[in-house]
Design a protein around this ligand. Structure first.
Ligand SMILES: [Zn+2]
Length: 455
């Protein structure tokens, strides 16, 4: 049996048809979901890309593997076994189609072959699924002619900013004038240092391509959200071409295929526009689909909480590979096959971010609690509490109204962090020691000025 792991950067779950979206963004993934298993609650313990993918390939929480932020200097311990190393040692041919090895050495560990199609471009974010799939299809055809099992990992970037799908997708999911002066929904974006940068680069190019005058300004956030959905349709078509190759080569019946996201994206929610910071469901809840004809029941939905750190032990069980120690995750294979249907892998989710902002979150059946270690760009409260049953979109912070619950959850979260620090010989919470990585000094000065103005 082979394993093919297809990871789509920045793909939030709720913009796919198979996760309830009303627009036709994902016909191929919806079909794929009907052929296999869909994890309804797949959540990220660490965002964004580097923490999440490190958790995926180690089965460890970010507090254990140490990659708590994007672009940090922190390196993964050489003692930590990665997914590709495990498969390599088990006799699989291992190949990655990814540009993360260019940023972090551990993303290359265990691969006999790494293909980085983004090298043809100046910016790794700009690589398109068509360019990656040219190589992936060659690889699959080659593998089909060989009896040696393979482990393949493919990392697509299409739904990541700057969203600008090929011309055939433009116009999908939007009607109206993107520069309507009566609309002001992009003002928050232009206030943020990241958005201010996009205004003069990506969004200017978009308007230019559409034939707008040089001084035109986008005003409608719905237009940019539609660009995101267009990119989902774009990658969905790209995945369809991989699924077709699996069918045509006969690999489909003997290949466990996983499709997942590393983190999602806030489009306009919580005042965060078109980026993946903020420990909310738009960023934490991503798709996880698995297909293996004959082993995984078609159309099955797994409602239990599954996390990125559960993927490594799941694949180990599926392939009969002994999982490494220490691990924070548990195998979801019994949930997927139906052999252990009621199993609970985790009662709660603890997540962190330390790139644009420094925060922890704790999610249980009733609450979503966010604890900031440092004030964020938006001046959000240091403690946020949401009632997930009454307010599933996490729109109403009830921290002030429920101080007792806040105290209890904070005690739980701090206790968990303290226990991990003790176990890992860390002097204290690694986030403040690490520091945020993505807000540049100029923007930081501007942020301080804003803080001064608020005080
Ligand atoms: Zn990412």
């Amino acid at each position: 049996m082979n394993v093919l792991l297809l990871a789509i950067d920045t793909l939030r779950a709720d913009h796919l048809g198979c996760y309830g979206y009303g627009k036709p963004t994902s016909p191929a993934l919806d079909r794929f979901a009907r052929q296999g298993v869909r994890a309804a609650r797949f959540m990220a313990p660490g965002i964004p890309t580097h923490p999440s993918f490190t958790t995926l390939v180690t089965g460890q929480h970010p507090i254990r593997h140490g990659i708590v932020a994007q672009g940090s200097k922190q390196q993964l311990s050489h003692r930590t076994q990665t997914l590709a190393q495990l498969f390599l040692n088990a006799g699989y041919y291992t190949a990655a189609f990814d540009n993360l090895p260019y940023h972090k050495e551990h993303f290359a560990r265990g691969y006999e072959m790494v293909v980085d199609s983004s090298r043809r471009r100046g910016c790794g974010l700009m690589v398109m699924c068509e360019e990656i799939n040219t190589r992936v299809r060659q690889f699959l055809k080659h593998r089909a002619a060989d009896r040696e099992p393979f482990f393949g990992f493919v990392h697509y970037w299409d739904p990541h900013t700057p969203y600008w799908a090929p011309p055939r997708y433009r116009g999908l999911f939007y009607e109206g004038d993107p520069c309507d002066p009566a609309k002001h929904s992009l003002e928050a974006l232009y206030e943020h240092p990241l958005g201010a940068r996009w205004k003069d680069t990506w969004l200017k190019t978009v308007l230019k391509d559409l034939g707008y005058a040089e001084d035109a300004t986008l005003t409608d956030a719905d237009f940019v959200s539609a660009l995101y959905d267009q990119e989902i349709r774009h990658i969905d078509d790209g995945l369809e071409s991989v699924f077709e190759t699996l069918d045509a080569t006969g690999l489909a019946d003997e290949t466990l295929v996983l499709v997942l996201g590393d983190h999602g994206e806030c489009l306009v929610e919580h005042g965060i526009q078109f980026d993946h910071h903020g420990l909310y469901d738009e960023n934490l809840h991503v798709p996880l689909l698995a297909r293996l004809p004959g082993a995984l029941p078609a159309g099955r939905t797994v409602d239990a909480l599954v996390r990125h750190l559960d993927v490594l032990p799941t694949l180990c069980e599926a392939c009969g590979i002994a999982p490494p120690e220490p691990l924070d995750g548990k195998s979801a294979w019994g949930l997927f096959t139906g052999s252990r249907p009621g199993e609970v892998l985790a009662e709660r989710l603890i997540s962190e971010e330390c790139s644009w902002q420094m925060k922890w979150s704790l999610r249980d059946a009733d609450h979503h609690f966010i604890l900031a270690r440092q004030e964020d760009w938006y001046g959000s409260p240091m403690r946020e509490l949401y009632d997930v049953k009454a307010d599933p979109l996490l729109t109403k912070n009830v921290a002030e109204a429920r101080p007792e619950t806040v105290r209890e959850l904070e005690r739980d979260l701090e206790g968990w962090i303290a226990d991990r620090c003790k176990e890992l010989n860390l002097p204290g919470d690694p986030l403040p020691a690490h520091g945020i990585t993505m807000l540049d000094p100029k923007a930081r000065r501007k942020a301080r000025k804003r803080e001064g103005a608020r005080a």
